[in-house]
Design a binder for this molecule. Sequence first.
Ligand SMILES: *Cc1c(COP(=O)(O)O)cnc(C)c1O
Length: 429
Amino acid sequence: MLKELTDRMYESMGVSAKVLAFGKKTEAGLADRFQEIDRVAEYNQLKVIKGMQDARVSAECFNYVSGYGYNDFGRDTLEEVYANIFHTEAALVRPQITCGTHALALALSANLRPGDELLSISGKPYDTLEEVIGIRPSRGSLAEYGITYRQVELTPEGEFDLEAIREAVGKQTKVVAIQRSKGYLTRPTLSVEKIGKAIAFVKALRPDLICMVDNCYGEFVEVLEPSDVGADMVVGSLIKNPGGGLAPIGGYIAGTRECIENCAVRLTSPGLGKEVGASLGVMKDFFQGLFLAPTVVSGALKGAVFAANIYEALGFAVIPNGTESRHDIIQAVEFGDPKGVIAFCEGIQAAAPVDSYVTPEPWAMPGYDSDVIMAAGAFVQGSSIELSADGPIKPPYAVYFQGGLTWDHARFGILKSLQKLADAGMVTL
Ligand SMILES: *Cc1c(COP(=O)(O)O)cnc(C)c1O
């Protein structure tokens, strides 16, 4: 009875019986994977609750604070909670950090000085960081301040190239950057275990090097975070995993007291540091989003695994593949044809609770070097912990799919994407 009702609902929302049957068959084979994801979420939920209990979170934490924000109790408590969860000495978690790129730019510019060198050991960083670093000449880049940059590529297998790292570390090297997630590349995402080994190698070369991990999209996917395996700073966006879909803005940096103090004086002003920066009423959403984040991430992960298995079965290259373990919430599907990228994104858009009636189109985006198509009907504009897909319109014409505040929504979005591809004649079921 319920089953027929649900099937009819899918049909009324534009998912054909064929597409639905294909989805059901795929889902039936994923019970073990889903159970494993639930177990990680169980652990992380406890970790978050413990972090809040240990910091004695109370209703006063959610009060509205404006002005300078001296003694902003909620803000200071939230930063303690982040430090508890990431097992770091300190954290900076603020609505004044506008997004992930800003958090990363802050972490770098705060801890590098003219004449220092930044070394990326996980290859090319995320697109928007090219302008931060000055890989693409840009106003205000680190390069303009006399900070040099080098990168060591991952091996073709996606491993850290330890010998090349040893050679690249020089007298000027000050910060070593590692990007956990693949971002807009089709390399594998790095596990926390691998990151830990690379950090240990770097620290053996020079214990004073600062290891910073771009943790975007990785939070709560595993039970350990890079800060548990030696990272001096982990950096991310609250419009992704740790915001749990509720944070309306924000970024975080968790790390050593020294690094975080550098970030604080850079964010506000020398002499002021963490003492100022009013939380402007967002604290309830920051706390509650963090509380929900392990569950939200588990739903997004199920969606990613589901999508991988659907599109792999249809013969497309998917990264990660249908069976490998997950270290972030991004799923890449290579269509080899812009038409596939566009149809996929149209399906995700059509499944959204917000703006489902609009048709996404490829467009030039600030910070990106090709047109990008983005599908998102989000409660928080541009949020990519909500069900979303982006595809730069350049070879290999891959779409990067992520998020979903609930697994049921992620499933629906993927079925709609499959429907659009079937309608466009790109797949035969
Ligand atoms: C999203 C992302 C960023 C940038 O975060 P924004 O909030 O989009 O500015 C940086 N690095 C990685 C790996 C990302 O996925």
